[in-house]
Design a protein around this ligand. Structure first.
Ligand code: NAG
Ligand code: NAG
Ligand code: NAG
Ligand code: NAG
Ligand code: NAG
Ligand code: NAG
Ligand code: NAG
Length: 913
């Protein structure tokens, strides 16, 4: 249930949109995108400063505007904008060849995390008997703390005292009383910076300042999960005595570049943070992208970093977000809260102005309804068939001054249309109720002529509709939401509570590294919110699970003393509770795959008290081609007495990455609409001993040999897994393992079955027919000029990730006189501008093309094909055989002369970069 709002989101536009329909509509989350013209370099050595670097650039006549100086112990470099767009690729190659430069990469952008779009799918029916209370619970009975043993550590006085946790996010409303009420030394939010300024969009130049106030709300929610500490109302985070740092990397809207993200992590590291956390990411699956590498470096230097695995669970396996993909980085999955807290505002209602009865409602944005008594109008007018609202021909009379009561109907396009209908009927207020508990409600936005949106439970709404149907008037006594505090209602989530959230992204990486590492409560989480936006909010996402683990690490460090990040991951994973599989609707009698939950639900109390310490956090047996036959691990007894563990293992289900219909696009995993098959086949493990006895302070080594399951369909890329169990009379430890029962190199990257790799044109997303004639805009046209032309747009759905994506122009005929060079066995005219691309996650992409090539030249007029080439997983980039190749139809290119314009109109607006 998307029972939360996100600033600036479009009204109702996000109603459930599932793969692959989203692809057709062009709204599928794209893999990381690049900020035009912006690059980040890392210097080769200590002696290069950004000053000397930029003067070297001017010596080489390369025009560049410096953006960020990165002068940190673990990263020396700079980001900049290149001026000469026409020679961009050539200039980048020049920069790459400078002796002072270690690497140069295009800066990727990361959107402000979407949380509300991924709220828990279930809305337990609210009954009058539902527990109603305030935010107060003392001692610590917060459901998420009880789920994870945090309550017991709090009772023992472990509160994270003295630990510094740096948050990289949208800022923090440090004026919030639960977050200390101030910013700076001596405050709870003690250090940090705004690295970008309010006006930063992700593509313009950041303007840093010293005030990391939160503009959006996300960072304030994250901060409260870690370290809120409020007596009245009583609300605490996981580590209420920890100190927070905040590195603000987003403006009030838009995205952030990885130059800014790398800077934020490096600054947090140099400020002495004990833990760094970021609930930010974009679809990746690769451990080597620049931000992931920078975070791995900080982990390597001894500071644990927690990052969200992502909210793309609906898209199946192999979709973990960067930078959680980084080696050593603690990648965090989400588990649904066992309760679904709801924040209500008080109001009352009466029939024919009789006795007033209280009811709760949830205001959205905007919610400007003045104090007063309002009659209710049922827009169904007594009809109990809510689906009639799905038709455009639906009409209602004028209802000025009344509140319109509107059913939220799943599966039809309610929303904007109904809001306009109500506005046209002269009402300014809408109260929704859900007709089907499994339907998300997103009510948020302005520009529809509605002053106030809100929701009531269907129980309350049906009392009103029944009375209205008998001719009784129903009046609502409303209080302006900003003048009324919230109260919570916390019904149990009996459907998904305590299980993996369906939206939580699945691993492993494309190279079979285990991701995520651990799971924590992230579905339906109450936490602090900026005071101007209400002070508290319930939000959902791996964004909420990640800070929970950051706070948990502070408790572990406080209780156990200094530990390196690898040991922390080993402890978290060994003591976590592996959960059984839940598909968003039902729970099954087998464990959820390691690719979905890593070690399972964090148990911080057990991590603090574990006596046995493993030296690894998980095992990957890799794929069939690189199968690792034998792995050893060590158990150390850190206790004062000898301990005996019985060793065994338990398999999870094996998940098929691809659906059974022969498609090369990974299966989807959405409640009620899943084609992701999980089967019982499992690997057989043999352990070198059934039982080990370890003296105090000593270690023993155990060898594990695996035999992968053989009764699986390799072409569907099965991912098997399980847990090695170590049981003693006093504790039980687990070691997750997984493997891929297929040769990953055989994986199909382009969605060839559906012919989803082709050349389309700007005015039409469909593929062009053979011998299509393109008229390109005159060379070096302005943006305004360019959009008048029907230029080529290469399009593809990548079913799987690729390390190198080439899109090259080749002559259609062997007799062509156009100059070519041989690249990987093919005569090419050049690469299309913006190609090759590196470390691509899976999903659709498209690229507008005006005839310009990556070396800055323009392709001559002539007859061509476009050659799409993707390096296979584990392929050798220098071997043409290791690329998957798709050749487009023939087409011709001519350039319009500067003064002619075409009169075509643009037919597709959903198809833009
Ligand atoms: C936690 O912080 C409070 C307020 O600063 C302090 O009174 C208390 O002693 C601290 N508790 C622990 C266990 O450090
Ligand atoms: C109920 O109260 C409203 C507002 O005070 C008033 O306009 C309306 O006439 C009353 N209706 C009845 C049935 O008494
Ligand atoms: C609206 O009602 C609330 C609660 O009774 C009250 O505190 C507030 O002052 C009222 N606002 C106005 C503008 O009358
Ligand atoms: C809807 O109305 C019809 C006719 O009055 C009635 O038979 C039916 O039971 C009603 N359905 C519900 C769900 O109330
Ligand atoms: C409205 O449209 C629906 C679906 O097209 C149709 O079944 C229904 O008869 C229409 N109603 C009116 C009043 O036109
Ligand atoms: C799998 O094997 C390949 C090739 O040796 C290697 O690059 C990759 O890191 C391995 N993955 C894991 C998880 O060991
Ligand atoms: C260890 O305990 C778990 C959980 O009770 C159980 O599933 C597993 O079979 C046990 N393993 C051994 C070797 O006894």
């Amino acid at each position: 249930m998307r029972f939360s709002t996100i600033g600036g989101a479009q009204l109702l536009a996000l109603a459930a949109c599932f793969f692959p329909s989203c692809i057709a509509a062009g709204v599928y989350d794209r893999p990381s995108t690049f900020i035009p013209g912006r690059y980040i370099v890392e210097f080769e050595d200590e002696n290069t400063s950004s000053h000397t670097f930029f003067s070297t650039l001017s010596d080489h006549a390369i025009g560049a505007t410096p953006i960020i100086t990165l002068d940190y112990s673990l990263f020396k470099g700079a980001s900049f904008n290149l001026h000469d767009a026409g020679n961009e690729k050539a200039n980048v190659e020049k920069i790459r060849s400078l002796p002072s430069v270690k690497s140069v990469q295009a800066v990727r952008s990361y959107p402000i995390p979407k949380t509300s779009g991924h709220a828990s799918n279930q809305f337990p029916p609210l009954s009058a008997a539902a527990a109603q209370g305030s935010l107060d619970t003392a001692p610590d009975k917060f459901s998420t703390h009880v789920m994870t043993g945090v309550d017991k550590l709090h009772a023992d006085g472990v509160l994270g005292d003295g630990y510094k946790i740096a948050v990289v996010d949208t800022g923090i409303d440090y004026n919030h009383p639960a977050l200390g009420g101030c910013f700076g030394e001596g405050c709870k939010v003690a250090f940090g910076k705004d690295l970008v300024g309010d006006a930063y969009t992700g593509t313009n130049t950041p303007v840093p300042d010293d005030d990391p106030m939160d503009c959006d709300g996300h960072g304030t929610h994250v901060a409260g999960i870690i370290a809120a500490d409020s007596a009245a109302p009583r609300f605490t985070g996981v580590a209420p005595n920890a100190t927070l740092g905040i590195y603000r990397v987003f403006g009030c809207a838009g995205s952030s570049g990885d130059d800014v993200l790398i800077q934020a992590f490096m600054m947090a590291h140099e400020a002495g943070a004990d833990i760094i956390t970021a609930s930010i990411g974009s679809i990746s699956g690769w451990s080597e992208s620049p931000w992931a590498v920078a975070v791995s470096r900080i982990v390597e230097a001894g500071v644990p970093c927690t990052l969200a695995v992502g909210n793309d669970g609906e898209n199946g396996l192999f979709i973990a977000s960067e930078a959680s993909t980084g080696l050593g980085v603690t990648s965090v999955a989400s588990i649904d809260n066992v309760i679904t807290p709801l924040l209500f505002k008080n109001a009352s209602w009466s029939a024919d102005n009789g006795t007033a009865k209280p009811f709760g409602w949830i205001p959205y944005i905007p919610a400007d309804i003045p104090n007063g008594t309002y009659p209710v109008f049922d827009i169904l007018q007594g009809n109990n068939d809510t689906t009639i609202t799905c038709n455009n021909n639906f009409t209602i009379p004028k209802i000025p001054g009344k509140i319109a009561l509107v059913p939220w109907v799943g599966g039809c396009t309610v929303g904007a249309g109904l809001a306009e209908l109500v506005a046209a009927a002269e009402s300014k207020y809408i109260i929704y109720y859900y007709d089907n508990p499994a339907t998300p409600i997103i009510v948020n936005g302005s520009g529809y002529g509605i002053d106030s949106f809100g929701t009531v439970s269907s129980d309350v709404a049906s009392q009103w509709t029944k009375l209205l149907a008998t001719g009784t008037q129903v009046y609502l006594n409303m209080i302006t939401p900003s003048e009324e505090s919230y109260y919570t209602v916390s019904p149990a989530n009996t459907v998904t509570g305590g299980y993996l959230s369906y939206f939580s992204s699945w691993g492993p990486t494309f190279e079979a590294e285990v991701k995520p590492q651990i799971a924590a409560p992230g579905g339906s989480i109450l936490s602090t919110y900026p005071l101007r936006l209400g002070g508290y909010k319930i939000d959902t996402g791996t964004s909420m699970a990640t800070p929970f683990v950051a706070g948990s690490i502070a408790l572990i460090l406080e209780a156990r003393g200094k530990l390196d990040p690898a040991t922390i991951n080993n402890l978290l994973s060994a003591t976590a509770e592996a959960k059984t599989f839940n598909d968003g609707l039902s729970t099954y009698n087998y464990l959820a795959p390691v690719a979905q939950q890593g070690g399972g639900l964090v148990n911080v109390y057990d991590a603090v008290h574990a006596v046995g310490l493993l030296n690894i956090s998980s095992i990957s047996f890799n794929d069939t081609e690189h199968f690792i036959k034998s792995v050893s691990f060590e158990i150390k007894n850190t206790g004062k007495e000898s301990i005996t563990y019985n060793l065994g293992y338990v398999s999870t289900g094996t998940a098929y990455t691809l659906p059974s219909d022969g498609s090369t696009v990974p299966a989807v995993f959405a409640p009620g609409a899943s084609n992701l098959d999980i089967v019982p086949s499992s690997a057989k493990l043999s352990l070198s001993s059934d039982s080990v006895t370890i003296k105090a302070g000593e270690s023993v080594t155990v060898e594990v040999k695996a035999t992968p399951p053989t009764d699986l369909i390799a072409s569907r890329i099965p991912v098997y897994g399980g847990y090695i169990t170590l049981n003693s009379t006093t504790e039980s430890l687990t070691l997750p393992y997984l493997g891929v029962a297929a040769n990953l190199k055989d994986t199909v990257i382009f969605d060839s079955k559906d012919n989803m790799t082709y050349v389309s044109r700007y005015f039409n997303i469909s593929g062009v027919p053979d011998n299509f004639a393109f008229t390109l805009p005159p060379q070096n046209s302005t943006d305004e000029e360019i959009v008048k032309y029907d230029f080529p747009v290469p399009v593809a759905i990548d079913s799987f990730g690729t390390r190198i994506l080439r899109v090259d122009l080749v002559p259609a005929s062997a007799n062509s006189t156009v100059k070519t060079t041989e690249v990987l066995g093919e005569q090419i005219v050049g690469s299309l501008d913006s190609f090759p691309q590196y470390e691509q996650g899976r999903g659709p992409w498209h690229s507008f093309w005006y005839g310009n090539l990556s070396d800055g030249s323009y392709a001559p007029a002539g007859d061509y094909n476009i050659l799409f080439r993707a390096l296979k997983i584990f392929g050798d980039e220098h071997s043409s055989d290791d690329y998957e190749v798709v050749k487009s139809v023939n087409f011709s290119l001519t350039y319009a002369s500067p003064n002619t314009t075409t009169t075509s109109t643009r037919r597709s607006t959903s198809f833009e970069a």
